[in-house]
Design a protein around this ligand. Structure first.
Ligand SMILES: Cc1ncc(COP(=O)(O)O)c(C=O)c1O
Length: 423
């Protein structure tokens, strides 16, 4: 690379990535092949439209590439192409979710009674897990476009179990009648009962969308139950446990409702122009990698590693949200109401915990915990995940060492910062 300034920065970032223990639950390390596809000449090509129906010439090759990506995506998740469609053009997870709402639950036109028959637009309701209980911004949170142009009906976790209370969820869904229910999370460590979510969506006459961004790799590898038998739409990022480039997939059922056509139109021309074919090629490469036996072993190992990490941290006295994990993700209440418990764990804010861990070479993110009384900028917990370090070959014994280091580091900051505990 001739641009020495950027070259140097990339080299420095590469070194940083190698040096740290990366426990960011949404990150991973892609293969050289994925990087090669991303950095290829495909980036030069404009290809507005879909394979076989483009608005530019010269698309013979990229049509093949996009078709391969579509085939691989359906095959990886064992979907029959006559029953499921997948759109591979969404640029990332947030635009993918926005495309679903734009396509399927646009504002309703209501004619006002009166002489001039004026029309008003009434926003539809998105029922999603609230951000501070583990949902994502794009599940209808007010700071996201999905909360500005739609109305969020937030659902939360049970205060005792810190898991989804399906009875309460059903009651709320039937009362509020959302147009769509979103099942999925960014910081919930447990399995979701997809069949129950379907039942609730049917009772409320709502569409069921699953956002499996965090767990797509685990689903592909058979280490987390697949949502496809129950959902109308499944969205996912491709860069977390699935270990691909930054991108997204939108799976949608093919049936008389023609949701698939609406989704395609919402992505292009609704929200985007030319698809990033280099990114699509890199996704195709990652999907092939994820269909291997090695990837299945990887997905199993990710969950085994998270289980060991959770068990070790719990044994050392740290309070885990919901008591543990069924996935790659663990949420730790480092604050513990500002007090150390009988094992001497607790009393560290999420920000202090994350800063201290970073100084000792462990990268995590601070995170709100359910019913958090602290402010989002310095919440009560941290979120950790095992996907990235498992890619580097780390096994249970390594995660025992990581748990020990986390524990030792947090104990050193324990009690160092007082906070009122008020929002
Ligand atoms: C569940 C979920 N959905 C959507 C997204 C958004 O993805 P992106 O950052 O690619 O826009 C994320 C990202 O963290 C996520 O966790």
């Amino acid at each position: 690379m001739k641009d020495t300034q950027i070259k140097k920065l990339i080299e420095t970032e590469k070194k940083r990535q190698k040096k740290v223990v990366n426990l960011i639950a949404s990150e991973n390390y892609v293969s050289k092949d994925v990087l090669e596809a991303l950095g290829s000449e495909l980036t030069n090509k404009y290809a507005e439209g879909y394979p076989g129906k483009r608005y530019y010439g010269g698309n013979e090759i990229v049509d093949k590439i996009e078709s391969v990506c579509i085939e691989r995506a359906l095959k990886l998740f064992k979907l029959d192409p006559t029953e499921w469609h997948v759109n591979v053009q969404a640029l990332s997870g947030s635009p993918a979710n926005l495309a679903v709402y734009t396509a399927l639950i646009p504002p309703k036109k209501i004619v006002l009674p009166g002489a001039d028959n004026a029309e008003v637009l009434v926003p539809s309701k998105i029922m999603g897990m609230s951000l501070d209980h583990g949902g994502h911004l794009t599940h209808g949170h007010k700071v996201s476009a999905t909360g500005k142009f739609w109305i969020q009906v937030p659902y939360g976790l049970d205060a005792t179990t810190e898991m989804i209370n399906y009875d309460l969820l059903r009651e709320l869904a039937i009362k509020e009648k959302p147009a769509i229910i979103v099942a999925g999370f960014t910081a919930y460590p447990r399995r979701i009962d997809w069949a129950m979510m379907r039942e609730i969506a049917d009772a409320a006459e709502a569409l069921l969308m699953v956002d499996m961004s965090h767990i797509a790799g685990l689903v592909a590898g058979g280490a987390y139950p697949a949502p496809f038998p129950y959902a109308d739409i499944v969205t996912t990022t491709t860069h977390k446990t699935l270990r691909g480039p930054r991108s997204a997939l939108i799976f949608v059922k093919r049936d008389a409702r023609e949701l698939d056509k609406k989704i395609d139109r919402a992505v292009f021309p609704g929200l985007q122009g030319g698809p990033h074919e280099n990114q699509i090629a890199a996704v195709a490469v990652a999907l092939k990698e994820a269909s291997s036996l090695n990837f299945k072993k990887y997905a199993d190992q990710v969950v085994k590693n998270a289980t060991v990490l959770a068990t070790e941290l719990h044994a050392r006295g740290w309070r885990l949200i919901s008591g543990g994990t069924d996935s790659h993700l663990i949420l730790i209440d480092t604050w513990n109401d500002g007090k150390k418990n009988e094992k001497g764990a607790g009393g560290v804010s999420g920000k202090d915990a994350s800063d201290a861990l970073e100084k000792s070479g462990i990268i995590v993110n601070k995170n709100a915990i359910p019913f958090d009384v602290r402010p989002p900028a310095d919440p009560s917990g941290i979120r950790i995940g095992t996907a990235a370090e498992t890619t580097r070959g780390r096994k249970e014994k390594d995660f025992k060492m990581i748990a020990k280091k986390i524990d030792e580091t947090l104990r050193k900051v324990s009690g160092a910062t007082a906070h009122t505990g008020k929002k």
